[in-house]
Ligand binder design. Structure first.
Ligand code: GLU
Length: 286
């Protein structure tokens, strides 16, 4: 306990893009177990930022499926708590304040390039690299001293964070050990706000993890590179950084990482086939 709060605060942060599959279930069970073992608290945050991609029905289904599997949480959209709201779609003003702070600090810039432009340009030698998204070419950046246009009440252009060229970022992952990445080699300038006036995942996630007092982020290893981006967001905003614990990804029967196409391994499907939570845990999650 610290300041009347539990010292360990973890979170489950599902995106309502579909039904939960076994990979999510395993990660969320690890997150819940780490919070329990530390005598801490667990927050459920609904990452429903992107209204165009999400169907609200999935938010409800995800909570139901997690409860069915036996998970509980101390704060969340269905139980409330001191850090409400827990739906990202209701936290717009919090993200906007963070964007304004980044704008005032001059660490971001507007970017008119399309995704296609970036992909085509990044295909040139030395600008690709083993990244999850192409590295934003340095020559597309405005000069660092170029005056920034105002954000405008409604944002209609992408805003990117300028990463510190060549900076070596590192963190010690609770599961995977020391992780290192070099800014502008392993990942480049990334969006913090989109032209449809929606914050990016990187911005919203870092802002919320700090605002909700999260001390350890447990999530899939596919997000390790995003962790480096989020470290830069924490630093740019002067926010406290949590610890990280990245879980190995689960493979489907085809050996590929589990994804939405593996419908057969959704909790809904397994449940409809008559499996109990205990059977699912014993067969797939232990
Ligand atoms: N909501 C994001 C997702 O489901 C992950 C968030 C996170 O754990 O940082 O991919």
């Amino acid at each position: 306990m610290r300041d009347g709060q539990h010292y360990y605060r973890g979170r489950l942060a599902p995106s309502p893009t579909g039904y939960l599959h076994l990979g999510h279930a395993r990660t969320f069970r690890i997150a819940a177990e780490r919070a329990r073992a530390a005598g801490g608290r667990l927050v459920l945050r609904n990452d429903d930022l992107d209204a165009t991609r999400f169907h609200m029905g999935y938010s409800q289904a995800i909570l139901e499926d997690l409860r069915w599997l036996g998970l509980t949480w101390d704060e969340g959209p269905d139980v409330g708590g001191p850090n409400a709201p827990y739906n990202q779609s209701e936290r717009g003003p919090i993200y906007r304040a963070a964007l304004e702070k980044l704008h005032a600090s001059g660490l971001i810039y507007p970017c008119e390039r399309s995704r296609r432009d970036v992909i085509d340009a990044a295909a040139a030698p030395h600008e690709g690299g083993p990244a999850d998204e192409p590295i934003y070419p340095a020559r597309f950046r405005p000069p660092p001293d170029a005056p920034l246009p105002p954000l405008g009440e409604k944002v209609s252009v992408n805003w990117r964070l300028r990463v510190p060229d060549g900076a070596v970022l590192s963190f010690v992952d609770g599961n995977c050990g020391l992780q290192e990445a070099v800014a502008n080699r392993d990942f480049g300038d990334f969006p913090v706000w989109r032209k449809d006036d929606c914050p990016s995942y990187q911005l919203a996630c870092a802002v919320d993890d700090a605002a909700m007092g999260i001390t350890e982020v447990v999530r899939g290893a596919d997000l390790i590179r995003s962790t480096f981006r989020q470290l830069l967001v924490f630093r740019a905003l002067g926010l406290p950084e949590p610890g990280f614990y990245h879980c190995p990804l689960m493979a489907g029967p085809d050996g590929e990482r589990l994804a939405k196409r593996h419908d057969a391994l959704s909790l809904r499907t397994l449940r409809a086939q008559g499996m109990t939570p205990d059977e699912i845990i014993a067969k797939y999650l232990s």
